[in-house]
Design a binder for this molecule. Structure first.
Ligand SMILES: [Fe+2]
Ligand SMILES: [Fe+2]
Length: 324
């Protein structure tokens, strides 16, 4: 039997699930037209669309400060950052669309409350130092979660994440730099920085999700190499990084149990308030309603733009058909 025929016969009798898992194990990226288990597809649709929604909803707390940024330089940086987040949302919606869901379906899931977005954006941004703190801690936690996603098993997601991570790293640095300037300012400015850190520290730790023992999707996602590190591993790395950086600001983290553990070579830290986490996830955070209303209003107010774009596209097609 010729070699290629033998190979074809062998492939066709193999279980597609096994072929899929072998590819994943061999670090071959799964592409949209490849066979994939339905659960893998659904897991990715859920994860990528939630990620896209988070980028878009994440524009709201920062957009709130564009008109109040203290200088032209800070305003320019903030506008650029918020625009980057819109771009991240768009790459990610596109990546999710390759799995067979439409953008309208994803928006519908967001607006109806069926799809979640990162709970961190349900907290308010109360003072200017919140902008620096969001960049440093929130974008910082996002990077910790997202750098491993550059090697995630689904091709379009991994490629989108490469660009997203480059931009997130700029976001984190601009946040830290803004705080560094404030931390060298007057007592009021320093107090503002400490207040912002106190409010954002614990919600940032929650961004890594529940503890590994409570995490519903983790094990399967690790097997499929959607996920590379566990929630607790990533959270620990983040704590170790921030516990050192905060010293450069001359500020403290609001955790009396935060302490270097020489044996573990990691920082120990206090217990996260998981009741607060679930409360916000379940829609009862300080800004859940406000954020969702803003997205729904934007969708409704933009209806005429979508209709006009559609009418224009139809007109062009008609014109082409007539000319032909
Ligand atoms: Fe982003
Ligand atoms: Fe960002």
């Amino acid at each position: 039997m010729p070699k290629f025929v033998a190979k074809f016969c062998y492939m066709s009798i193999q279980n597609p699930e096994k072929i899929f898992q072998d590819k994943v194990d061999a670090e071959v990226r799964i592409e949209p037209k490849d066979w994939m288990p339905e659960k893998y597809r659904q897991t990715l649709i859920r994860q990528i669309s939630q990620h896209a929604h988070s980028e878009i909803v994440g524009m709201l707390p920062e957009g709130n400060w564009i008109s109040r940024a203290p200088s032209l330089k800070r305003k320019q940086i903030l506008i650029a950052k918020v625009q980057d987040e819109a771009g991240h949302g768009l790459y990610l919606y596109s990546a999710a669309e390759t799995l067979g869901i439409t953008r309208d379906q994803m928006y519908d899931q967001l607006h109806s409350g069926k799809a979640k977005y990162s709970s961190i954006f349900n907290y308010p941004t109360l003072n200017w130092a919140d902008m620096g703190t969001v960049g440093w801690l929130v974008d910082g936690a996002a990077i910790m979660n997202q750098v491993p996603l550059c090697r995630t098993s689904f091709g379009p997601y991994s490629r989108a994440m490469i660009r997203v991570c480059k931009e997130e790293s700029f976001h984190q640095r601009q946040g830290f730099e803004a705080l560094l300037v404030l931390s060298k300012g007057n007592p009021d400015q320093r107090a503002m920085v400490q207040d912002a850190i106190d409010r954002w520290w614990w919600p940032s730790l929650m961004m890594f999700g529940p503890n590994d023992s409570e995490s519903l999707h983790s094990e399967q996602s690790m097997k499929w190499k959607i996920k590379r590190f566990s929630n607790d591993e990533l959270r620990q790395r983040f704590v170790d990084m921030v516990a050192e950086q905060v010293k450069l600001l001359g500020m403290t983290l609001p955790d009396p149990d935060l302490k270097w553990n020489e044996e573990r070579k990691h920082y120990d830290f206090g217990t996260i308030n998981w009741d607060e986490f679930w409360n916000v996830v379940n829609g009862n955070g300080p800004c859940n309603k406000q954020r969702l209303d803003a997205r729904k209003n934007a969708w409704e107010a933009g209806a005429w733009v979508r209709e006009a774009a559609q009418a224009h596209a139809d007109k062009r097609i008609n014109r082409k058909q007539k000319a032909a």
